[in-house]
Design a protein around this ligand. Structure first.
Ligand SMILES: [Zn+2]
Length: 510
């Protein structure tokens, strides 16, 4: 019964979805240069935390962009911190409400490092050989879909904001109105760790009420296909200081007698993680859930990218050789961000340093809490003979203990991961499958961390991640860019979501 029903229902719907996609595509094909010019104007507004006036100008510009499209929009103020932008489009008869999240702030820039020296003057470029060449934006006609717009924020994360606007325009131009209630929430402090998002969420609970959040940030798959991610790893930072002698000592006169803090630190680092990335801290994996059958099937169904990435990155080997990247990021991770002791090369001195420092980031998976991880790591160090302190070690502590380490923890964020068979997961993938005419890629989790746990735990709402930016967009670095085809794909996908998500997401009345 069910297959018959599914086929009978899906077939006309699929045709309808593809007709929608084709019409949105034709609409966009007729105005590509115009879209690039308008996007460039938006990118010209600097969006770094050190320039709050410009951040605010971004927010008010987005309010204008929404209002121009008939969306009720305003700022959600947050004291001295950047406001969020809220927009709402109510659809008579719709039974579902979705909040679409993106952020308008970007990472800091150093203009000297950027090609052209102006991170906020958007520039269209095409790859010729191995060089990105500046291209004028023509008055009309089609653009090379592999061309890219270079500017801070182009990929992370103004791309979804403009793609949503053009999806609304395309629907209107083709005589449609969205078939679901849509709320927009555009944050202005994501790159600063969403440090003050909680009061905005708490103060606007009713306004933000929804069945699910669609979190539009992060990369599409390395194969350049669209992907839905059902979670993101949490993260937590750790800074360590290991103590040596009270003053730096001559390594000839005191070597082999005075402990070298650099060597002690190297032993400490080596005790945390094996060469395959397995974390050696007792109990670290106790809370880690094995992947579900659906998650494993999703990972195995992803296009193979590992060998191409390995070649591109000049890696002679990867950790845990047989495992795929997509499987590895479903596990917790421990990364050594940096180590510092003494000096090297021209500044190297034959001395035993007074201290050595290391910086780590942990990546957490569902059920691992920052508190629990902290206690496991500290217990591990104590079991290995370390005296652990959270303040600068006193003289008495340094005299009384063989090995002394100071630990400074970051606040930490938990991971999120919704099940692949949650109603929102099923509805979103069905909508995109139908639009694409083939299954959208399903990724159980992104490796990176997003403020998803904060939103999920504050509002108690399921959250799925739908990124549109190219994976190689240099986000957070110089020469950030957006590949045009990613913007075009994003417009078509958002139009499909606005028109078809509700139909795939029946509200079951008891
Ligand atoms: Zn981002």
């Amino acid at each position: 019964m069910r297959p018959y029903f599914a086929a009978a229902l899906l077939f006309p719907a699929a045709l309808h979805a593809q007709a929608l996609r084709d019409q949105v595509r034709s609409w966009r094909e007729a105005r590509e240069p115009q879209i690039v010019r308008e996007y460039s104007d938006f990118l010209a507004i600097p969006n770094v935390a050190s320039d709050p006036a410009s951040l605010r100008r971004n927010a008010s510009t987005i309010v204008g962009m929404l209002q121009k499209r008939g969306v009720t929009a305003r700022l959600l103020e947050n004291g001295q911190y950047p406001p969020a932008v809220f927009g709402e489009l109510r659809t008579p008869g719709a039974t579902r409400t979705i909040v679409i999240y993106a952020h308008y702030d970007g990472q800091p820039v150093d203009p000297k490092e950027w090609r052209g020296g102006a991170p906020f003057s958007a520039q269209l470029r095409e790859l010729r050989g191995t060089d990105w060449v500046d291209m004028p934006v023509p008055a009309s006609g089609r653009l090379n879909p592999e061309a890219r717009i270079f500017a801070r924020g182009a990929g992370d994360d103004k791309a979804p904001i403009v793609a949503l606007m053009y999806a609304l325009d395309a629907l209107k131009a083709t005589g449609r109105t969205p078939a679901i209630n849509i709320k927009f929430f555009f944050e202005g402090e994501e790159e600063a760790g969403s440090a003050h998002i909680v009061p905005i969420l708490q103060n606007n609970r009713a306004l933000l009420a929804a069945d699910a959040w669609l979190f539009c940030d992060g990369p599409t798959h390395q194969s350049r296909q669209l992907q839905v991610a059902f979670g993101a790893r949490g993260s937590m930072g750790l800074e360590l200081t290991v103590y040596g002698p009270a003053r730096a000592l001559h390594s000839g006169h005191y070597g082999n007698w005075a402990p070298n803090p650099g060597m002690l630190l190297a032993d400490l680092v080596r005790s945390l993680r094996d060469p395959d990335g397995k974390i050696l801290i007792a109990g670290f994996y106790d809370d880690v859930l094995p992947p579900t059958a659906a998650e494993l099937a999703a990972v195995r169904g992803l296009p193979p990218v590992d060998s191409a990435l390995r070649a591109e990155l000049l890696l002679g080997a990867t950790e845990a050789r047989s495992a795929l990247l997509a499987e590895r990021i479903m596990l917790p991770g421990l990364n050594l961000r940096g180590m510092r002791v003494g000096q090297v090369e021209g500044l190297a001195a034959n001395a035993i340093s007074t201290e050595a420092k290391a910086s780590f980031d942990f990546r957490l998976v569902p059920k691992q809490t920052p508190d629990h991880i902290r206690s496991l790591v500290e217990a591990h160090l104590k079991a290995n003979g370390w005296f652990v302190t959270h303040a600068a070690a006193t003289d008495a502590e340094r005299l009384a203990h063989t090995k002394v380490v100071r630990m400074t923890w970051g606040a930490g964020d938990e991971a999120t991961r919704v099940s692949l068979d949650q109603p929102i997961s099923q509805a979103l993938t069905a909508t995109l499958d139908e639009m694409l005419g083939k299954p959208v890629l399903r990724v159980p989790t992104l490796g990176g961390s997003l403020p998803t746990a904060t939103i999920e735990s504050t509002l108690g709402v399921p959250l799925v991640i739908f990124p549109i930016a190219n994976h190689d967009d240099n986000q957070h670095a110089k020469d950030e860019n957006l590949r045009l085809q990613n913007l075009w794909d994003g417009i078509e996908a958002y139009a499909a979501i606005m028109m078809r998500l509700e139909a795939h997401w029946p509200r079951i009345t008891p």
